[in-house]
Ligand binder design. Structure first.
Ligand code: AMP
Length: 283
């Protein structure tokens, strides 16, 4: 595995691979790698010749009062883990490399970036789509891999790729969970032991929703209410949202129809830590 921090060197290495007809994959991350990230790397390696993993804590996707400065970082450990999972090229640019002085161009996906996460993090997706567009342009992968854990991010990026006629295919990989069901996240290290125990309720509430739907419940308000009650019993600091939406358009459902695919995303705080999770259900 080779690490690059500068765009021109990365580009010339990838051009050499392309000349040899190698297929190239991209796995964008913010680092502090866990098994969720590594499942993306392994899938990418099983389907492509050259896997590029980017590690970049992207300042433009953090709001002014968010955790950009304290976001966990450990590039030595990440280098080991990425290498072991099958990464061929690690791209670890500086903020100045990605956003040189005078940077002023952004990619924005309207409407679907303003709901759910967008209501609570109004500038988040502008930062995400901008950095992902830059990475797709730099690497020009055949396939880029993203985790279902960030469900809205998957929808927003797929929309950008389609709207802007980008050549890369987007592949979405299932959420990896801890043994007790908590979705793996770099932010889980912020949780104290009490919060960590209570956070299991997020997955449990998603399982409850699925059970209710499988048993015939079709009223989103009722399902959300049951989920709220279950989560509130575990002392969250706040429930930012729980919604039942269409899995492609993110539009709120007033009723659940047979045969459709719905997404139930949620965001909940335990202490100062904001966690997100979701489930997709084919009704
Ligand atoms: P992040 O470093 O949090 O920006 O995540 C980088 C990529 O890994 C994104 O596509 C995430 O959706 C994905 N990812 C994060 N956590 C998980 C998980 N638990 N399971 C699967 N993919 C994940």
């Amino acid at each position: 595995m080779i690490t690059y921090s500068h765009i021109p060197e990365l580009r010339s290495a990838l051009n050499a691979s392309r000349e040899k007809k190698k297929t190239i994959a991209l796995v964008p991350t913010m680092g502090y790698l866990h098994d969720g990230h590594l499942s993306l790397v392994k899938k990418a390696k099983s389907e492509n010749d050259v896997v590029v993993v980017s590690i970049f804590v992207n300042p433009s996707q953090f709001g002014p009062n968010e955790d950009f400065v304290r976001y966990p970082r450990n590039i030595e450990r990440d280098t080991e883990l990425a290498n072991h999972a099958g990464c061929d090229i690690l791209f670890n640019p500086s903020v100045e490399e990605m956003y040189p002085a005078g940077f002023s161009s952004y990619a924005v996906v309207e409407d679907i970036s303003t709901v759910l996460e967008g209501k609570f993090r109004p500038t988040h997706f502008k930062g995400v789509t901008t950095v992902v567009l830059k990475l797709l342009n730099i690497v020009q992968p055949r396939i880029a891999y993203f985790g279902q854990k960030d469900a809205q991010q998957c929808v927003v990026i797929s929309k950008m790729v389609n709207d802007l006629n980008l050549q890369s295919e987007i592949s979405i990989v299932p959420t990896m969970r801890e043994m007790d069901g908590l979705a793996m996240s770099s932010r889980n290290v912020y949780l104290n032991s009490e919060e960590r125990k209570n956070a299991v309720v997020l997955n449990q509430s998603l399982q409850l929703a699925e059970k209710l739907i499988r048993n015939g419940e079709r009223n989103p308000a009722l399902i959300i209410n049951e989920m709220m009650n279950m989560i509130l019993s575990k002392n969250p600091t706040s429930i930012d949202y729980i919604e039942i939406v269409g899995s492609n358009d993110l539009e709120k459902k007033n009723t659940i129809e047979n045969d459709e695919t719905i997404l139930i995303p949620l965001a909940v705080r335990f202490g100062a830590t904001r966690l997100i999770d979701n489930i997709i259900i084919h009704v």
